[in-house]
Write a protein that binds this ligand. Structure first.
Ligand code: PA5
Length: 428
């Protein structure tokens, strides 16, 4: 993976960058020595330091068996309990007509119409008139998050109606080792349980059963994904210069008043990956009146919506481009005798090349519009590269947030909406 901070670096002085770099080096020490605030939540590094191959194998075999039996696999979770799985699944599975079970997300909001549609859809017979085979993975570390718990409650009832006593064998729970209402149900009903390690917070949990089960059910090679992250871990333990440079320029730009980081990608497959980055960074850094708000742009689509603002609007934003080096497809532009649209000049060009030119052109334009830009690239859209990218962003987040003197691993502000909501709902 490559990180180029050249354009962004021109927006800060040498001294400013060096001072930020020193802060980030100290932050890295805090991560490594487990000496910073919230250090009891650094288990996302330990799982890569000592990979648990037996558990990977268990998850892989279990998920493969579900994949052969399920027509529909429902992933019920919110925030860190579903965004990592969605990021990897959307990046690596076909846009239309996948081979395995259809993946449906639930429990990530409280929209009644969506849930009603899910409940109706799973009950609809298949084209041949037989009923669908539905499996449900409810993922909640606390077991009590309202969005997830409400959806689970409704879908569980539907599965019990559809399958009677067999419903229990179709429900998989990923939750904390002990405590919480979900664990009480697991004991009572005998659901299959996978444990979220206590020292791994939700948004850092994609490489635990939280993300690995759904990703494997979607047909993705989780061992390659996981070991992509392990390789990145080993590489950055030896030399973290790439991550430090990125964190340092972000720190220096934060000091200079940058308030928004637009994560921009020209590959639509990586839009959900941006959603995972957004939550990872947003929930970790947005505290004590500090942080850079993580926004996502899917280009070139959003060049026709957000592009104007990025080019000429208020200058308080930076941009992080994420590129994929190897073409994501070999599709070329066709040559037509009737060149009505005058596009024959592009005939024979790979769409990947056209998209790349659009990216380089956009970088040039936004640079001229005074936007500090960081360019990241991964070698290919593969499980291995994504594993490495996941660890890169986890480490970057921890270092950058520590460099701001903030605990990256809690989210006290999230409680405020919950308190207000529960009061309005009349909860004791
Ligand atoms: O990163 C986090 O900790 C949060 O985003 C949680 O993942 C999210 O709130 C869901 O929590 P839970 O898994 O307890 O339902």
């Amino acid at each position: 993976m490559l990180v180029d901070i050249g354009i962004a670096k021109a927006f800060v002085s040498k001294e400013e960058f060096e001072s930020s770099y020193t802060k980030c080096k100290n932050a890295l020490k805090q991560v490594k020595n487990k000496s910073g605030a919230g250090s009891e939540w650094l288990g996302w590094r330990d799982i890569l330091k000592k990979p648990n191959d037996a558990q990977l194998q268990e998850i892989d075999s279990f998920s493969r068996s579900i994949r052969t039996k399920a027509d529909i696999f429902i992933i019920c979770g919110i925030g860190g309990s579903y965004l990592g799985a969605k990021a990897v699944i959307d990046a690596l599975t076909p846009h239309f007509g996948c081979n395995g079970p259809e993946i449906i997300f639930a429990g990530h909001h409280m929209g009644g119409r969506y849930l009603k549609d899910v409940l109706k859809y799973i009950r609809l017979p298949k084209k041949d008139g037989s009923s669908k085979s539905v499996y449900l993975n409810v993922i909640s570390k606390s077991g009590s998050t309202l969005e997830t718990a409400l959806s689970f409650r409704m879908i569980r009832e539907a599965l019990e109606e559809m399958y009677g006593d067999e419903a229990s064998g179709r429900i998989i729970c990923t939750t904390s080792k002990e405590g919480g209402v979900l664990n009480a149900q697991i004991e009572e009903k005998g659901y299959r349980k996978f444990i979220i390690p206590n020292d791994v917070g939700g948004r850092f949990s994609v490489l635990t059963p939280v993300g690995l089960i759904p990703i494997a059910v979607a047909g993705i090679d989780i061992k390659t994904l996981f070991y992509g992250a392990v390789s990145a871990f080993n590489a950055y333990e030896k030399d973290a210069a790439l991550v430090l440079e990125h964190a340092a320029i972000r720190n220096a730009l934060h000091e200079k008043g940058i308030t928004i980081d637009v994560f921009s990608c020209f590959e639509p497959e990586l839009t959900s990956f941006g959603g995972w980055i957004q939550q990872l960074m947003g929930e970790s850094e947005g505290k004590n009146g500090k942080g850079i708000f993580p926004a996502i742009a899917a280009f070139s689509t959003d060049l026709h919506s957000l592009g104007q603002f990025i080019q000429q609007g208020k200058r308080s934003l930076m941009e992080t481009f994420l590129a994929v080096e190897k073409p994501t497809s070999n599709l070329k532009v066709n040559e037509l005798d009737e060149d009505y649209d005058k596009l024959n000049y592009l005939a024979g060009e790979l769409f990947h090349e056209i998209n790349t030119k659009a990216r380089i052109g956009t970088t040039e334009a936004h640079k001229n519009g005074n936007v500090p830009i960081i360019n990241l690239s991964i070698p290919s859209l593969s499980a291995e590269s994504l594993g490495g990218l996941i660890y890169f962003f986890e480490l970057l987040t921890a270092i950058f947030v520590y460099s701001l003197d903030i605990n990256p691993f809690n989210q006290p502000g999230v409680e405020d909406y919950k308190k207000a909501m529960y009061r309005l709902l009349g909860k004791d």
